[in-house]
Design a protein around this ligand. Structure first.
Ligand code: GUN
Ligand code: FE
Length: 426
């Protein structure tokens, strides 16, 4: 952590008024100490001249599988259940400690270099301690957990099927080791894979443990019609009705996908304050469907964004997810639906709400943690003219290559060195 002064920037604050201002940001230790104009140097170890640069809150991705980064391209052109059975589950079963560590590291590098500063991540059944070692060493902010798969069905390889008690004990051991690590940058999240992979006693215990420890539960639901049919045959209920029946539908639940919902499920999501992670790239590539995000926003359901695993849409890039989240709705609902600002909100403060940290991250405001990215939007592909709304430029034109610097908890974790900086240490 350093004392940093960023000068002369365009700042997309995402504060309550969603102000865009031109000025300076002073970072002290891990916090944004001051935002203003004409701030003078005051013991700043590093001064960044951000003229012609745009500072944004770091992206918060609420559904990621770092354990799958090494499988990129190995599950192309399949739909969900075939993709899991034929490709992803056998590949996860084959992970060892080292391959899991490097899979996580590869994903984290991609995320940080493309401006994502916080993730909600789901690992695999075994070796999750090594993914936590990668997370902790990297400096990214993360909620993560070992995936839980105690349902003895023939679909998953034997190596991924575990005993209920062992699954719970290993999860609690990891929680006790890692939750709160690194000044709170690492948090544990219980990660039952999805209803198909879990027994009812496990899910009930996860509910109690998440309440006892005050941590999140991260799972998948209602992604694919085939999945929903299996859940219906197993439980006699629709996915989200079942999760609610078990007491899991509450504000601690982060639910990936939610593509196929009926009215009752939407009511449950809204009334219980569940956080939905919308994954448009994954939903398209796995042919799962198009989630009704305009309807969910209309119903005041909490929405955020995630890239899912690398083999779901072949990258972990939030710029890709934002653009897809906006454009897939236009042919269905008209051009003003899911405008740039709505999806940028989901990518920043919406994600912060999902992880219960809206008072700490998700916007650039004095007193919040210094999690931010500096973009260069003055490239051929992003610079039509000065008068285009910068949020539109980011959502519809920018790419991960436009991220020059990423700061997490006041620490510069990626810097392409293109900014004019004065490093006071050297
Ligand atoms: N449902 C259960 N497991 C998975 C997974 O690994 N990825 C996706 N996209 N959906 C799932
Ligand atoms: Fe997923």
């Amino acid at each position: 952590m350093a004392n940093i002064l960023i000068r002369n920037a365009e700042i997309i604050t995402m504060n309550k008024q969603e102000e865009i201002i031109y000025g300076d940001i002073r970072i002290r230790d891990n916090l944004i100490a001051e935002i203003g104009s004409g701030l003078v140097e005051q013991g700043d170890e590093r001064v960044i001249d951000a003229k012609n640069r745009t500072v944004i809150p770091g992206f918060v991705q609420t559904h990621i599988h770092l354990c799958q980064t090494l499988f990129r391209g190995k599950g192309d052109d399949l739909e969900l259940m075939d993709w899991l059975r034929k490709r992803i589950w056998p590949l996860e079963a084959a992970h060892d400690e080292e391959s899991l560590y490097y899979s996580a590291m590869l994903g984290i590098g991609e995320l940080i270099s493309s401006g994502t500063t916080t993730i909600v991540d789901m690992e695999t059944v075994h070796h999750t301690d090594f993914a936590f070692q990668a997370l902790a060493g990297s400096g990214i902010r993360a909620l993560s957990g070992k995936v839980m798969m105690d349902q003895k069905n023939a679909d998953a390889p034997a190596a991924l099927q575990e005993e209920t008690a062992a699954s719970l004990q290993e999860s609690v051991d990891l929680l006790e080791k890692w939750n709160g690590y690194g000044n709170g940058r690492i948090q544990y999240a219980f990660s039952p894979r999805f209803v198909i992979s879990c027994t009812e006693p496990l899910l009930r215990e996860v509910r109690d443990l998440s309440e006892r420890y005050g941590v999140k539960v991260h799972t998948h639901a209602s992604e694919n019609l085939g999945e929903i049919e299996i859940v219906q045959a197993m439980t006699g209920m629709r996915n989200i009705v079942y999760l609610d029946h078990l007491g899991l539908a509450n504000e601690r639940l982060i639910l990936a996908h939610c593509v196929w919902l009926d009215d009752e499920e939407r009511r449950i999501l809204r009334d219980r304050g569940v956080h939905v992670s919308h994954c448009p790239g994954s939903n398209l590539k796995l042919a799962s469907g198009i989630a009704d995000t305009p309807g969910m926003l209309h119903d005041h359901i909490h929405l955020s964004l995630g890239a899912d695993g690398a083999p779901c849409n072949n990258n972990l890039d939030m710029f890709n997810e934002m653009r897809l989240a906006a454009i897939i709705q236009k042919p269905l609902h008209g051009p003003t639906t899911m405008d740039a600002r709505s999806v940028f909100r989901m990518a920043t403060i919406g994600g912060a709400k999902a992880v219960g940290m809206e008072d700490q991250i998700g916007s650039i405001e004095a007193g919040k943690k210094a999690d931010l990215a500096i973009l260069n939007l003055y490239n051929f592909h992003t610079f039509p003219s000065f008068d285009v709304d910068p949020i539109s430029r980011i959502v519809y034109s920018a790419t991960r290559a436009d991220v020059e610097t990423t700061v997490i908890d006041g620490e510069i974790l990626m810097d392409k060195g293109l900014l004019k900086t004065v490093d006071k240490d050297t």
